[in-house]
Design a protein around this ligand. Sequence first.
Ligand code: SF4
Length: 75
Amino acid sequence: MIRADRSRCCGAGMCVLIAEEIFGQDESGLVVIDDGAARTADPALLRHAVSCCPGRALSEVDGAVPAKSSVDERE
Ligand code: SF4
């Protein structure tokens, strides 16, 4: 499963370019995720989206590969 921290999303839209069937943007440009599509997506595609997100807003959960950043998001 993939999660988005919308407070970190800068609206660059890279995720949408990578997988428009999973990611979209709301009227403010912030990411929205189709959880159903994400559930059945190729894990490699999800990892690619996570690694390309300039805001480091995306992360995989449930035992999958974590976001590229090792920085504690609370800092
Ligand atoms: S790539 Fe990251 S920063 Fe850009 S819209 Fe998607 S979640 Fe937001």
